[in-house]
Design a protein around this ligand. Structure first.
Ligand code: FE2
Ligand code: FE2
Length: 192
C-alpha cells in the first residue's frame, strides 16, 4: 500500500474539492483498479493512486479547466480542445504534478487518458479506464456485462468499452478524439 499519510492527504484534498458522490466514486475506482491490477499483474499502489485521483479536476470551474488545457504541455488534439467533458482528464494529469508532485509517467498517462483512451495504451491506463466504468457506484444498463468482460480480458473489455463509447458519440452526433480511434484500432487488431 502506498504511504498512508500521502493517501490521507490526497483524500483530504478530494473531500474538499469534490461532491460526496464523486468522492465515493473516486474511492470505488481506486478499489476497482487495485482488483484489476492484481488480476492483470500491474502495480497495485500506482493503480490505487491513479484511480483515487482520476477525477481530481472534475469539479473545477470550466474556465479554469480551459486555462489548464490551453497551457498543457501534454499532447491534446483539436477535438479534445473543444470538448468540455474531456477537459478534466487533461487538467487532472496537470494538477497531480503541481498539487502533489506526482511525475510517474504511468500515473500521468492513466489520468490523462481515462476519458478518451489512446493508441499503444499502457496497462495501467487500461486499468483506470475500465475501473472507472465498472466501479461499485456504476449502474448503467450494461455494467454487468462490462464487469464480466473486465474479469475475462483487459483487451476484450477495452474493445467493448470503446465500441460502446464510439457508438454513443456517433448516435449523439459528437466528434471522436483521434486517440480514441487509435485505441479502437489497436484493440480491434489485438482481440481477434
Ligand atoms: Fe472522469
Ligand atoms: Fe470517474
Amino acid at each position: 500500500m502506498a504511504d498512508k499519510k500521502v493517501i490521507g492527504a490526497y483524500k483530504a484534498y478530494l473531500k474538499d474539492h469534490l461532491s460526496k458522490k464523486r468522492y465515493t466514486h473516486s474511492v470505488n475506482v481506486a478499489n476497482a483498479a487495485v482488483t484489476l491490477a492484481k488480476r492483470y499483474g500491474a502495480d497495485t499502489d500506482k493503480a490505487y493512486v491513479a484511480g483515487l485521483l482520476h477525477d481530481v479536476a472534475k469539479e473545477l470551474p470550466v474556465d479554469e479547466l480551459a486555462k489548464i488545457v490551453e497551457k498543457s504541455s501534454l499532447d491534446v488534439c483539436d477535438i479534445e480542445k473543444k470538448a468540455i467533458p474531456l477537459f478534466h482528464g487533461i487538467a487532472g494529469a496537470e494538477l497531480i504534478r503541481t498539487l502533489f508532485d506526482i511525475h510517474d509517467p504511468e500515473i500521468i498517462s492513466a489520468i490523462r487518458y481515462h476519458t478518451v483512451a489512446c493508441g499503444n495504451m499502457p496497462k495501467l491506463s487500461q486499468i483506470i479506464y475500465l475501473a472507472d466504468l465498472i466501479s461499485e457506484d456504476r449502474d448503467y444498463k450494461d455494467v454487468k456485462k462490462m464487469r464480466k468482460y473486465s474479469e475475462q480480458s483487459l483487451e476484450k473489455a477495452m474493445l467493448e468499452a470503446l465500441k460502446f463509447s464510439i457508438r454513443d458519440s456517433v448516435d449523439k452526433g459528437n466528434t471522436i478524439p483521434v486517440s480514441t480511434l487509435m485505441a479502437y484500432n489497436d484493440f480491434t487488431e489485438t482481440v481477434k
